[in-house]
Design a protein around this ligand. Structure first.
Ligand SMILES: C[S@@+](CC[C@H](N)C(=O)[O-])C[C@H]1O[C@@H](n2cnc3c(N)ncnc32)[C@H](O)[C@@H]1O
Length: 246
């Protein structure tokens, strides 16, 4: 099943307002972390899976990538990317990764920022990515951390009567599969996978693990968004850097 939640008007408007604020978990935690594991981009051909509004694609070309192909399931996100981040080195295509075909084309680097947890068939995704990478090419992605996606409803903070966070409840960890969450609207679907599934599927798919990051906030986040201090209590994100074995 493929859900295109970013084309829902209410969801899209809420998400865009959040991202345009510049005060988000992406800005202070996830983006600095995924950028910290990127290889030198000079001359690289890049595929950005779930490119959203194209900020990451733009970062890649601004830092020397020869070309970036940004793909996304959402027409609204692709339109936004074409408006906000046009660049002669970037091509945007509205296509879900599940249906993406690229005969004869291969990439030095495949990146994906916070899109993988929307994809149901992770082994198929990894197989596709592996087939699209040149030997020695890298697949680098961020995803919501398994400790954040594990619990049904993903309502993990246990609070006291005044709403203070007491602790983070981890449950249902080994029960992989669909999770349904309220985020701007009801019925946002994500997929929970254990850490071993995330890693071992890459290995089975011909990729070697280079590095994993469970990031905390950069200092600016702690000043502007006090909630990010909770990353010390549990990680929200996981970044995995992997390389196609020759
Ligand atoms: C949290 S947003 C991240 C956007 C962008 N990577 C960024 O960091 O700004 C997730 C994106 O993944 C896209 N997406 C979800 N499922 C997808 C799929 N099956 N194939 C391609 N893109 C998908 C969504 O439409 C959305 O733009």
């Amino acid at each position: 099943m493929k859900q295109n939640i970013y084309d829902n008007d209410t969801f899209f408007n809420g998400y865009m307002t959040l991202r345009k604020s510049g005060v988000t978990y992406n800005d202070f935690i996830e983006q600095p972390a995924i950028k910290s594991v990127l290889p030198p981009l000079h001359g690289k051909t890049v595929l950005d899976v779930g490119c959203g509004m194209g900020q990451f694609a733009a970062y890649c070309v601004e830092n020397g990538a020869a070309s970036v192909l940004g793909i996304d399931i959402s027409e609204k996100m692709i339109e936004q990317a074409q408006r906000s981040n046009p660049h002669p080195g970037i091509t945007y295509r509205c296509v879900p990764i599940e249906d993406f075909e690229s005969p004869g084309q291969s990439f030095d680097l495949i990146v994906s920022s916070l899109a993988i947890h929307y994809v149901e068939d992770y082994p198929a995704l990894v197989g596709k990515v592996s087939g699209l990478l040149r030997g020695g090419g890298e697949f680098i992605f961020s995803t919501e951390h398994p400790v954040a996606t594990a619990r049904q409803k993903m309502n993990n903070w246990v609070r006291d009567e005044e709403g203070n966070r007491l602790h983070w409840a981890l449950d249902n960890y080994q029960e992989e599969g669909m999770r349904e969450q309220h985020w701007y609207i009801d019925g946002v679907i994500k997929y929970h996978r254990t850490l071993s599934t995330l890693v071992n599927t890459l290995i089975t798919g011909g990729l070697a693990i280079e590095k994993m990051v469970e990031p905390q906030s950069i200092p600016a986040g702690l000043e502007q968004m006090p909630d990010v201090a909770n990353e010390k209590r549990r990680p929200s994100f996981l970044i995995i850097q992997s390389k196609k074995r020759p």
